[in-house]
Design a protein. Structure first.
Length: 168
């Protein structure tokens, strides 16, 4: 049996364009999902270490957009844009992420939230339009380290929420 990617091509055809990052987070998936889908939470943890996130627009629904700016530790602003393609609470989110709505190098990500007892395993599976775009994201923008740091920040934030007894 051949696995087909969301783009309709055999999954092995995308292997050189993929980045997959995962982490087990010590909280129920409903709380982890809420932290990932509500703008009041996102601004508290989104991005690699030392980055801040300022939202310009946010509509969490299929076809909705998140328009935001990430500011790096050196003061550089990075405009970002996400459109939500699929939302299956609290299991899955599919999105398209780029610098703007018309970014030719925008990439697709699928996030899954899997229960692991009282914890949640989150998997971010990203497919870039080309191997070169993936390689640039990994080498120039440190996408793997940044993704791992972002999930670490999510885990720390959710732990803080859980310790305060907040469900979302």
């Amino acid at each position: 049996m051949t696995t087909i990617s969301s783009g309709g091509e055999p999954a092995h055809a995308t292997a050189d364009r993929e980045v997959v990052i995962s982490r087990v987070i010590g909280a129920p998936r409903e709380l982890v999902f809420a932290a990932f889908t509500e703008v009041r939470h996102l601004s508290r943890w989104w991005g690699p270490d030392g980055f801040t996130t300022a939202t310009r627009a946010f509509q969490f629904r299929v076809g909705g957009e998140w328009d935001f700016v990430m500011r790096g530790p050196d003061g550089t602003d990075y405009p970002e844009w996400i459109t939500w393609r699929e939302i299956v609470p609290p299991e899955r989110i599919a999105l398209l992420h780029g610098e703007s709505r018309d970014d030719p190098n925008a990439f697709e990500s699928v996030l899954t939230f899997e229960p692991a007892g009282e914890q949640t395993r989150i998997v971010m599976h990203t497919v870039f339009p080309t191997k070169e775009v993936r390689d640039e994201a990994v080498e120039k923008y440190h996408a793997i380290e940044g993704g791992e740091q972002t999930l670490h920040n999510l885990a720390a934030y959710v732990a803080e929420l859980a310790s305060k007894g907040m469900e979302s």
